[in-house]
Design a protein around this ligand. Sequence first.
Ligand SMILES: [Mg+2]
Length: 282
Amino acid sequence: MKINTITIQEILDKYETILLDAFGVLVYQKDAVPGAIPFIDRLNQSRKPYFILTNDAAHSVSTSVSRFHRLGLSIEAKRIITSGTLLVSYFQNHDLVGHGCAVLGTQDSSEYVHIAGGKVVPIQEYSSWDVLVVCDEMGFPFLENMDMALSMLFKKIEARQPFQLILPNPDLIYRKNEEEFGITAGSMALVLETALKLRYPDCKEREFIRLGKPYSPIFQEAYLRSGTKNMVMIGDQLLYDIRGAKNFGIASILIGTGVTPCDTLTKENPDCPDFILPSWIP
Ligand SMILES: [Mg+2]
């Protein structure tokens, strides 16, 4: 059975708060998604509560505000919930403040870890960190540092030093533009987890703690800010945005501008959204 299509007006009428994914929904790597700018303008003019719920852990909230503005999207800092910002409560709740942390990601990724209370140290200094935070695929020599992370984790296991693995952004792939795709932090974590399991089949602690969509911490943060569960998540990835919203008990809409095409999806799919929206352009 086909999934019903919803219009922008119906979305505005039906839900109290709108949650929007960023990549593949509002922006591509270098451009706004067609129709996203007038949609955000409409939300701003009508004072409709909305939040950007993004697995991005490569750009700080202020960097995100500037990037959105540069692409024509007027989005205030208070509306942006990135997976990087979730590190603060995770570090507090798990007594990680003051711990040495190796970070794979951008300068902003390291800043997120620093704000959360972690002491960012070079990945090569394996005995000075016990937390590895994988934030993003950019901002460092990829192969060299991935190899280094792997070798340092093996060394830690051999030396029986405990460690924690944290993954703010569990996304495996993203859409760069209308033609190209790329891999991201979740894929890096999968490689490291698989390698750890391969070399040390009985070793525990080999899995990353995942904070972003589809896991609940990021939705919990949106709920804290909105105060209502009458929220709808508009996203482009079935297994992240839509599954996450369903697991959290809120409505979901798959938009066809990103990773998962919405025209072939049926109601028989266990992750099927409540509605589909082919694009922002009516
Ligand atoms: Mg996306």
